[in-house]
Ligand binder design. Structure first.
Ligand SMILES: Nc1ncnc2c1ncn2[C@@H]1O[C@H](COP(=O)(O)OP(=O)(O)OP(=O)(O)O)[C@@H](O)[C@H]1O
Ligand SMILES: Nc1ncnc2c1ncn2[C@@H]1O[C@H](COP(=O)(O)OP(=O)(O)OP(=O)(O)O)[C@@H](O)[C@H]1O
Ligand SMILES: [Mg+2]
Ligand SMILES: [Mg+2]
Lengths: 255, 255
């Protein structure tokens, strides 16, 4: 039975998609059967792994019950990595989902038939705590929270934890915190050091030892439709995401 | 009658809040009566200008008709700059607004009584095209679109323009494009140059001459609750946002 990890944070631009793509690619490189799900209408995770989605065969069709998860799953250029794509024209989907029965558990029900086929399922989310993110949190075993080393990124964390606790109480009692990942760290900036200290003080052992530094190769890779370990395996970005994958695999085998 | 400009882009972390705060502060510095509205539950624009919101006196109370816009307006440390704050616990508000009558025009109706009191009204939005952003687009004269000099930032622009055209057809026929602002530009990076060329090719004269470079002082300023022109008036960030304000004031007087 695989482990489902959701990458969530309502603050925009903190590295959710970059983490979803590169963590799943690094786990697949360790020959674990991995499924990346793009649950964000922006569809950045889809293009970031080089997939062109068929407009009528995406996560949306699975959420509304038109297609099952198996039917919308596609292969990627990496062995051991499959994905369920998204499409940019789902951007109004959240308003439509509000009217459906059992609206927060649509994704969880859709994934139940395929959970056994994978060792890890990684779900990318939009920058909001709306229905798409609630669906992902309901379907997950744990949540990984990227925190950018910037002042604004600290402000919403309290609300994110309120939402996680609400989901744990009402929709998914097994939901755990996988960890807090510091991203876009720049060792030359005083602000970066301040944020790291603050996050470690607030979250203690929940903070991953791996910190992802700001690295231009990470933001170039998506324009070639490649995860960092295919685009530039010797970059600091590749090293950091391999380090994160090792930490998560080590935590998993400890269970 | 003042001009209402909405800062919108569903892509996260592209500089919406930084632009809303610093454009409104620079326009206020030119002694224009300016109102900054924080329409994002993350409430970054509120803390970024050093305001601590009273939980029951925010944009939310105005949207649902509990308080009028005048009652929730507060002064900031800058002369000529007032603001309507937001609060982090509105994060679930969008789901609640769906059930209200006339749900896309709540903000426009709430602003009608105060539009004459200001020369400019600047509205910051969350990273989504949901009801909060639709309300802002319905209430606006024009929309300013920040585009980060990154690959993922290009992907959602088509959908943003579809949404703007839909609003123009169904809710607000007067809605114009104020312009496209390139942000976080780094002249050392090939990727930055590629994005600038692509955006200029796609949007032509709609692209502001001012380009905001990546500047650490811009991301430090919010932690002191100050717009850049108070925090570091000689920084490149302050110069660029003053340049943007001058361009917008010049466009406005041409009308
Ligand atoms: N460590 C890094 N170094 C440099 N650039 C990065 C890094 N991580 C992410 N980026 C870039 O920063 C931008 C924001 O990252 P990303 O899109 O992954 O964030 P996100 O949280 O998924 O955004 P959204 O909230 O819009 O979904 C992207 O252009 C990405 O390429
Ligand atoms: N030109 C710049 N140079 C350096 N840092 C910047 C610049 N513009 C914005 N930032 C920083 O980048 C981060 C993202 O900017 P900001 O929060 O303004 O984006 P946003 O679009 O409002 O994000 P969201 O989608 O979450 O609302 C912030 O931490 C901000 O301080
Ligand atoms: Mg993303
Ligand atoms: Mg913002």
């Amino acid at each position: 039975m695989g482990k489902t990890i959701v990458i969530a944070n309502q603050k925009g631009g903190v590295g959710k998609t970059t983490t979803a793509i590169n963590l799943s690619a690094c786990i697949a490189a360790a020959e674990k059967r991995t499924l990346l799900i793009d649950n964000d209408p922006q569809a950045n995770a889809t293009s970031g792994v080089g997939v062109t989605a068929n407009e009528k065969s995406t996560i949306y069709e699975t959420l509304v019950g038109e297609k099952n998860a198996q039917e919308v799953t596609v292969e990627t250029q990496m062995p051991f990595l499959s994905m369920i794509p998204s499409h940019i024209n789902l951007v109004g989907a959240e308003i439509e989902l509000v009217e459906l029965e059992n609206r927060e558990r649509l994704l969880s029900k859709a994934l139940d038939p395929i959970r056994d086929k994978y060792d890890f399922i990684i779900i990318d989310c939009p920058p909001s705590l709306g229905l798409l993110t609630l669906n992902a949190l309901s379907a997950a075993d744990s949540v990984l929270i990227p925190v950018q080393c910037e002042y604004f990124a600290l402000e919403g964390l309290g609300q994110l934890f309120n939402t996680i606790n609400m989901v744990k109480k009402t929709l998914n009692p097994n939901l755990d915190i996988e960890g807090v990942l510091l991203t876009m760290y720049d060792s030359r900036l005083k602000l970066s050091h301040q944020i790291v200290d603050e996050v470690k003080r607030y979250f203690g052992a929940k903070v991953f030892k791996t910190i992802v530094s700001r690295n231009i190769r990470l933001s170039e890779a998506p324009s070639f439709g490649q995860p960092i370990i295919l685009y530039d395996a010797i970059s600091s970005g590749a090293r950091h995401y391999m380090g994160l994958a090792k930490e998560i695999l080590a935590n998993d085998s400890l269970l």
